[in-house]
Design a protein around this ligand. Structure first.
Ligand code: G3P
Length: 194
């Protein structure tokens, strides 16, 4: 149990690194929290006008979850890997450094799913891409990808992550409450627009 708590802490600390904030600051793009939705994720980083910054944010936010899972898997075991991945998601959404005001967990959940079960992760990424292409709403794509993740976990035989992906999807939905309200009101900005 002490070991699992340790991996939760390591996962949380990795997940809490706000790459969107760090990258936009380093590139002189200003404070990403002052533009668009105010979110620190790749979608809002794109609203600074820098595709490179958005892609870097996406890859690093996904990468920190992948790193947490793989480190725990190599140095401990699969249950530690799950805990580390979930904790990375929590760290991204509720980082202590930003007074617990973090991101919405999209890149992070995709990363941890890829690392925990690549068929589930790939299916979720494909869902995000297809929905983003079809509807041009990043948030809707994320809601669909995360919403289907528990089903993909069931289908692709990874029963151990059904509950995990369900709980994380519910948190992701809660984090997207403003987006859901805007989608219903028809005021959600489409991808790439401010
Ligand atoms: O990356 C989170 C995405 O689903 C929505 O981002 O900035 O449009 O609220 P945003």
């Amino acid at each position: 149990t002490a070991l699992l708590i340790l991996w939760a802490v390591i996962g949380y600390l990795l997940g809490s690194i706000p790459f969107g904030l760090i990258i936009t600051r380093a590139m002189g793009l200003g404070d990403v929290r002052a533009i668009g939705s105010g979110n620190i994720g790749a979608t809002n980083v794109l609203r600074t006008g820098s595709k490179a910054a958005a892609i870097a944010t996406l890859l690093l936010d996904a990468g920190k979850a992948i790193a947490a899972v793989i480190l725990a898997r190599i140095l401990a075991a699969e249950d530690a890997a799950q805990i580390a991945g979930a904790a990375a998601f929590a760290g991204h959404c509720y980082p202590i450094w930003l007074r617990f005001r973090g991101g919405k967990g999209v890149a992070t959940i995709l990363g941890l799913l890829i690392a925990l079960s690549w068929p589930v992760g790939l299916a979720a990424c494909a869902t995000w891409l297809a929905a983003a292409f079809a509807f041009r709403y990043s948030s809707l794509a994320a809601l669909l990808a995360a919403g289907f993740a528990p089903l993909y976990s069931l289908l692709f035989g990874d029963g151990r992550i059904v509950l995990l992906s369900l709980v994380l999807a519910l948190i992701l939905y809660a984090r997207h409450a403003p987006n859901i309200a805007r989608l219903r009101a028809g005021t959600e900005p489409r991808i790439g627009r401010k």
